[in-house]
Structure formats: structure tokens, C-alpha cells
Design a protein around this ligand. Structure first.
Ligand code: FAD
Length: 463
């Protein structure tokens, strides 16, 4: 039986970070993936979705030149955007990617990694053993039990980026990040989009006010969003795919299901290793250790966060924890707030608590808000929709930040830095921000906070 220092099962963002770093540190690593190196993120998720959005946004910009002193002499034709997505993916994957893991023994596309016992993993009938094992097996699309959904060709993130003409009519079930991003991408490329969901607003885990800004933008672009809507049946009829809802029947050429994710645990045979799990994912402590201390579960498979950067961060801190052997708080996953961003136009980003969550927890706090439309650069950029909203208090503690607007995904980094380092509004206020970046909206907001504090008390106390 071949012996390794570490076996990494799953080579998505989490597995790539763990195996890449550990091999560079001189450890003998086996990396296993049943499909492709890169996981969902590179092959069917973050990267192709942003690539498609880029092309959709270019078309949208070209179609909306009025008021900018420019005119397009002709029409922008949609040729083959999904072909370009695939071309870019080929460039980013294959041998170019594998070369980065030349220090790792890779077993790719030969089968699932399966526990034989808590130190032994079998792949395609061959057994491998290690002192340390990292599980990084991610998730797969969850398909809800809607009658008839199994009778029609369903699109998920696994096939939505396949090369084909852009569908004329696209039905989407689910208004989370994937549903929202794909609604806008396909709509801007020419599809007529109807998005239906049970939840009361888009991006249901986020701030409602921010979602309403996004919904207004979707409405202006002609994307039909049906919130709080039950889908009773899906069928194939003469007019294409039928989506029967309690708000009527809608028709499409394709139906994209984006209703959440579920972990891929069955092939792992976790029972053989004595590893505990629930429906949500593999059970872990704050260091991402499973019920067996030498086996870690990092990334989406532990169900904590379904985000690439969180998966990579967990991989890194857990590897450091495993190497040091110390239960030091600096390796505690929960000490690092996780931002998230949705790359629609306007973008939506969040870190920490939303306004509603802070209220529900009874935190003694208030909201400071800065609208994009108050800032000259946003006005000249035509980026006036949206706001930065921070949940704070008189001491300047930052409990959370919500941003909806242009480059929200970049602006949120500053608030993540503040929260991760337990800094305050004062640090944002005193930091020089380059003018006229959109990031200066953060600084403007901190000035509003300072004036509010000054009105209520003694400015000298604050400093
Ligand atoms: C359309 C879409 C867009 C997204 N956009 C973003 C975004 O903009 N930003 C962001 O942060 N996140 C985004 N995500 C989420 C992101 O893709 C995931 O959070 C990330 O891929 C999780 O990484 P991971 O390493 O935990 O697992 P995965 O990327 O899921 O990788 C797991 C790997 O394990 C392999 N595997 C599974 N079981 C076994 C086994 N038993 N043996 C061997 N191999 C196995 C799989 O083949 C897979 O390659 C998006 C997701 C989707 C679907």
C-alpha cells in the first residue's frame, strides 16, 4: 500500500490550496478528483459565470450609449458567447493547470476517493494510506421535488455553460446568487427571462433593501422576477417547457434550476472512517476537524459557507493548524468574517450582519448610509443606483456592511479588513482614500458617522 504524508480528496479551490501549499512545504501529497482539477468554481461556477457576465455587460453597454455622446454605427450581434466561455476555460484548465501541481501525485477522473478506514483511502480499487487526510469534495446542485421537473431536460450549473446558441426564452427557478447572475447574463445576451422563487426577495440571505435595488434594475431591463411564488408543476408542451406557478403559466426553451446545493457524501463511505455528518455536510469543529482529529473537511463539503474564497481560506488555515498542531485561535475559521459578492449590475456585497440580523439580535447599533448618487464620480460614471450601508455604534464598532452598486465587490473588502482586524469606523475615517475612486464612498460614510457621533457627544472622547 502506497504511503503519503497527506491525501487530499477533491481538487476544487479548497483541495487545490491544501495540496498546492503542502507540496511546496515538502510534504508527499496524493490529490484525488473524480472529475476535474479546479472543481465547481473553475469548471462550472465562478469563472465561467463571470466570463459570460462580462460579455453580457459589454453588449449591454454598447446597447445603451444614449446620453454618452457616442453612437454605435450598426448593431451588436450575439455570435457565440458560450463558445468563448469554453475557449477561456480550455485556456485556464488542462495541462496549464496541471503543471501547477507538478509536486502532487494526482489521480484524476479514475473514480471517487472512498474510505476503507480512517487512514486508508481507495481509488479505483487501489489503496493509499496517510497520517493526515483532507476531504474537500464540495457540493452538487440540489434539484427540488417539483412535479414534472424530472420529465424535462433540466439545466443546472453543470451544463448551463455548454456551447450552444443563447436560448430565446429562459425560465429560472431560484433567486440566489446563481439564479440572479444567470438571469441578467442571459437577458443581456438576448434571452427573455422569467425567474420564479419561493423567497420574498432576490438574494434571500442578504439585505432586503439592497435586493430591492437589484429588482428595480432587473425590472428596468425586462427580467420578470416572481417572488413568493409557488411552482406547482413543470411540463413539456406545444409552446416549449411550461412552468406552472401560482401566478400563472410561463414558457421557456430551457429551464435553469438554481435552488441550492447539497454535499456529495455517499461515495466517500464516511462510516468506514467513523466520520460524522448531517444532511448539510460533514460535521466539523472551528478548525475544520472532523470527528477524527487527523481528518479535516474543508470548503463547501462542511456546509459552513458555499463560497470559493471561504473554501480556500479554510484549506489554508486548517493546513496551518494541522502543521502546527496548536489549537491557536489564529487558526480558528470563525475568527475571519466571510464577505460575499454577487456580480450582477448593480453588484451586491455583504460582510457581517445585515441590518435585519443586527436588529433581531438586539444589538445596540444604528445604520449609516451613503448613496452612490451623492458622489460626483458615481454621477459621471452613470453609476448612481445603490448605497453603502454600515451597521455601527457610537464607538465605531462595525457589525456588518451591505453594498449595492458599481464595484460593490471591491468596496466590501475594506469593511472585511476592518471587521477581520477588529478595527473601527475611526480607522476608515483616518485612512486617506484615493480620489475619485468609488472606494471613497466608504470614507464619506465614515465622515457621516463621525458627524453623527459629534452631534451626540464629545468629539474629544471619540478620538
Ligand atoms: C454558477 C456558480 C457560480 C459561482 N460563483 C461564485 C463566485 O462568484 N464566488 C464564490 O466565492 N463562489 C462562487 N460559487 C461557489 C463556488 O464554486 C464553491 O464555493 C467552490 O467551488 C467550493 O470549492 P470546494 O473546493 O469546496 O468544492 P468544489 O469546487 O465543489 O470541488 C470539489 C471537487 O471534489 C470532487 N469530488 C467530490 N467527491 C469526490 C470523491 N469522493 N473523490 C474524489 N473527488 C471527489 C469533485 O469532482 C470536485 O472537483 C459559484 C458556484 C456556482 C455553481
Amino acid at each position: 500500500m502506497q504511503k503519503y504524508d497527506m491525501i487530499v480528496i477533491g481538487m476544487g479551490p479548497a483541495g487545490m490550496v491544501v495540496s498546492g501549499m503542502a507540496s511546496q512545504m515538502g510534504m508527499k501529497i496524493l490529490g484525488v478528483d473524480a472529475k476535474k482539477v479546479g472543481g465547481e468554481c473553475l469548471n462550472n461556477g465562478c469563472i465561467p459565470s463571470k466570463s459570460l457576465l462580462k460579455m453580457a455587460n459589454l453588449k449591454h453597454a454598447a446597447d445603451h450609449l444614449e446620453g454618452k455622446g457616442l453612437e454605435l454605427a450598426g448593431e451588436v450581434k450575439v455570435l457565440n458567447p458560450l463558445g468563448v466561455v469554453n475557449q477561456q476555460l480550455r485556456m485556464l484548465t488542462g495541462d496549464n493547470l496541471l503543471k501547477k501541481f507538478h509536486l502532487v501525485d494526482l489521480i484524476i477522473k479514475e473514480g471517487y476517493g472512498r474510505f476503507v478506514d480512517d487512514h486508508t483511502v481507495e481509488v479505483a480499487g487501489v489503496k493509499y494510506t496517510a497520517d493526515l487526510i483532507f476531504i474537500a469534495t464540495g457540493t452538487e446542485p440540489f434539484i427540488p421535488p417539483i412535479p414534472g421537473l424530472d420529465q424535462v431536460p433540466v439545466i443546472t450549473n453543470l451544463n448551463v455553460f455548454e456551447e450552444r446558441p443563447v436560448p430565446e426564452r429562459l425560465l429560472i427557478i431560484g433567486g440566489g446568487a446563481i439564479g440572479s447572475e444567470m438571469a441578467q447574463a442571459f437577458n443581456r445576451l438576448g434571452s427573455e427571462v422569467v425567474l420564479a422563487q419561493m423567497d420574498a426577495h432576490l438574494l434571500p440571505n442578504g439585505d432586503e433593501e439592497a435586493a430591492r435595488v437589484l429588482e428595480t434594475a432587473f425590472d428596468r431591463e425586462g427580467i420578470k422576477v416572481l417572488n413568493s411564488t409557488g411552482i406547482t408543476k413543470v411540463a413539456k408542451g406545444k409552446k416549449g417547457i411550461e412552468m406552472h406557478t401560482d401566478q400563472g403559466v410561463f414558457y421557456g426553451d430551457e429551464i435553469l434550476v438554481a435552488t441550492g446545493r447539497k454535499p456529495v457524501l455517499e461515495p466517500l463511505n464516511l462510516e468506514a472512517a467513523g466520520i460524522e455528518y448531517t444532511k448539510k455536510g460533514i460535521t466539523v469543529d472551528e478548525f475544520n476537524r472532523t470527528s477524527k482529529k487527523h481528518i479535516y473537511a474543508v470548503g463547501d463539503c462542511n456546509g459552513q459557507w458555499l463560497l470559493s474564497h471561504a473554501a480556500m481560506h479554510q484549506g489554508m488555515v486548517s493546513l496551518m493548524q494541522a502543521m502546527s498542531g496548536a489549537e491557536d485561535q489564529k487558526y480558528n475559521r470563525d475568527n475571519y468574517p466571510v464577505p460575499w459578492s454577487v456580480f450582477t449590475d448593480p453588484e451586491v456585497a455583504q460582510v457581517g450582519l445585515t441590518e435585519a440580523q443586527a436588529k433581531a439580535r438586539g444589538i445596540d447599533c444604528f445604520v449609516v448610509k451613503e448613496e452612490y448618487k451623492t458622489y460626483a464620480r458615481a454621477i459621471t460614471d452613470g453609476a448612481t443606483q445603490g448605497f453603502v450601508k454600515v451597521i455601527t455604534d457610537l464607538k465605531g464598532t462595525v457589525y456588518g456592511a451591505t453594498i449595492v452598486g458599481e464595484l460593490a465587490s471591491e468596496l466590501i473588502q475594506e469593511w472585511t479588513m476592518i471587521m477581520s482586524n477588529r478595527l473601527t469606523m475611526m480607522n476608515v475615517l483616518m485612512m486617506q482614500h484615493s480620489f475619485p475612486t468609488l472606494g471613497l464612498l466608504n470614507k464619506n460614510l465614515s465622515e457621516t458617522w463621525m458627524m453623527r457621533v459629534a452631534q451626540q457627544g464629545d468629539l474629544r472622547k471619540m478620538l
